[in-house]
Design a protein around this ligand. Structure first.
Ligand code: DUC
Ligand code: ZN
Ligand code: ZN
Length: 500
């Protein structure tokens, strides 16, 4: 019997410290050999002329997440609509594999008035139908004593190590008091807290004024939440995390002002990490002012997400914050709503004001090709930077390393075989998701995944995804040092002692 189930032969393997031309021996889904030349396995995959990258880890994806009014404006008097993301775990898996991503961390919702365990049970079943490997962030919108004291310890025991909070959105946002209670709970249970940073009251106030002035089209979404709204919430999220001595990650940073808050915190030694997304490098507020013959001004809704895309100048500043290492993860914030039909972007009608249009864009498949093309191919990033931003750093911060996010002996054989010279014009069909558009339609990229391996199985080759639904695995997370509190406390008093 052959020593290896599969040998990936002759690729330029991205180690995170430069590349090495070598063969990769895979057995039982794991990397067991890395050498200049290894013996034939039961099967061989020729990687000559290709880069071999760790499969992408997308640590911020909304997949099949039933939401009650989630991600729609700041609310009015009408009851918020219930939305179920059109993307199932099966379609999201296909999309991820098409773009070279092999694992995700996605979101278990909590609806106000409910606990977290029943919805977690439902979500576990949904996720188990996919082909991707996955872990969960638990959203907390209603931090009752029962949730924080009884249920959070139970989800931690089940391998969930991150809590997600929103500082805006009508049915989701937390008060400062509740945010502090979630931070303290995370500290007591050894979790990371991830934070959506925008000031709820500021957006609500500005939205009301815009609507009153008759400024209702999609482009005014950007006007409702200028950068100061994000900067203020980022500052507050960090200050309160410092008070509690709780590590946090700031999600989807769109502007330098917010990134500078993170840089200052990091300079003071706080455990604060910052993530950005391709939309803040590629889209601007002006995209929401687009119109089309079929959609009219509603066409701008295709680019609506929160925080809002900004300006070309802001994009350049975000690149700089990536280069400096302040922003050390690029995720997709994949959260797709189709433009057609009446359940996606048009759930409140095509004439709806901007505050009633669901926020979110699809980006699971586009993430790696865009970052490679705009980053590595255009000389803004090294290949090592790319690997860190898209795989190694998310794996480390989410407690998935060293099993995920790197090409090393013992790691899962999650690989993207990448043609760095291949030029592709992005189309919605190439994204292989369930959403009826991509905001990047027509963008030409240089660099493209020609095969994706998940735990040693070839799950995508030349754009054809082949994987059995139900083969994705849950990735339970235990305690890990990166998110251990620093132990720096005001007056030396610990108001929320962490586990021993
Ligand atoms: N922002 C979005 O655009 N969509 C999903 C959630 C979010 O914070
Ligand atoms: Zn968010
Ligand atoms: Zn999100």
């Amino acid at each position: 019997m052959a020593e290896y189930d599969l040998v990936v032969r002759g690729g330029e393997v991205a180690t995170g410290f430069g590349t090495a031309r070598c063969d990769i021996g895979i057995r039982d889904g794991r990397i067991v050999a890395l050498a200049e030349r290894i013996a034939d396995g039961a099967a061989t995959l020729d990687a000559g002329g290709l880069l071999v990258l760790p499969g992408g880890i997308d640590s911020h994806c909304h997949i099949e997440e039933p939401a009650r009014g989630g991600y729609v404006g700041t609310g009015g008097d009408a009851p918020p609509p219930v939305t179920v993301s059109e993307e199932s775990f099966v379609t999201a898996s296909a999309s991820a594999f098409a773009g070279g991503t092999t694992s995700v961390v996605c979101f278990v919702p909590q609806w106000k008035g409910e606990g977290i365990l029943p919805r977690l049970a439902d979500y576990e079943q949904r996720a188990a139908r996919g082909m991707l490997d996955y872990s969960f962030h638990q959203i907390i919108t209603d931090p009752t004593d029962a949730v924080l004291e009884r249920e959070v310890p139970q989800i931690v025991a089940r391998g969930i190590r991150s809590l997600k909070v929103f500082l805006t959105y009508e049915p989701l946002h937390l008060s400062d008091e509740d945010y502090i209670r979630v931070l303290a709970t995370a500290r007591r249970n050894g979790c990371l807290v991830t934070v959506h940073c925008e000031n709820y009251a500021a957006i609500k106030w500005r939205t009301a004024a815009l609507l009153q002035a008759g400024l209702t089209g999609p482009k005014y979404h950007a006007w409702s939440r200028p950068t100061v709204v994000e900067r203020e919430a980022t500052h507050r999220a960090i200050a309160l995390a410092e008070l509690v001595d709780q590590p946090i990650q700031i999600f989807h940073v769109s502007c330098a002002e917010a990134a500078e808050e993170i840089a200052r915190a990091q300079h003071r030694g706080l455990k604060v990490w910052g993530e950005t997304c391709p939309q803040y490098l590629m889209l601007t507020g002006a995209d929401m002012d687009r119109s089309s013959p079929e959609q009219g001004a509603f066409a701008g809704a295709a680019f609506m997400c929160s925080p809002s895309p900004r300006t070309p100048e802001e994009q350049a500043r975000v690149w700089e914050m990536i280069r400096r290492g302040t922003l050390d993860i690029v995720s997709s914030d994949h959260c797709g709503f189709s433009m057609g039909g009446d359940q996606g972007k048009a759930i409140s009608g095509r004439d709806a004001s901007f505050d009633a249009i669901p926020n979110g864009i699809p980006g699971l498949a586009a993430r790696l090709p865009i970052l490679f093309s705009e980053g590595v191919s255009k000389g803004r990033l090294s290949l090592d930077d790319f690997v860190r931003l898209t795989a190694t750093n998310p794996a480390r911060l989410m407690g998935l390393a060293p099993r995920k996010g790197m090409i090393a002996i013992g790691a899962d054989a999650d690989l993207a075989l990448w043609d760095p010279a291949k030029r592709v014009r992005l189309t919605n069909a190439l994204m292989q998701h369930a959403i009826d558009y991509t905001p990047y339609e027509g963008l030409e990229v240089t660099g493209w995944p020609v095969a994706t391996l998940r735990r040693g199985a070839v799950v995508m080759r030349d754009g054809v995804v082949q994987a059995e639904p139900g083969t994705g695995r849950f990735l339970p997370r235990g305690p890990y040092p990166m998110i251990r509190p620093r132990g720096v406390l005001a007056d030396g008093f610990d108001a929320a002692p962490p586990p021993a």
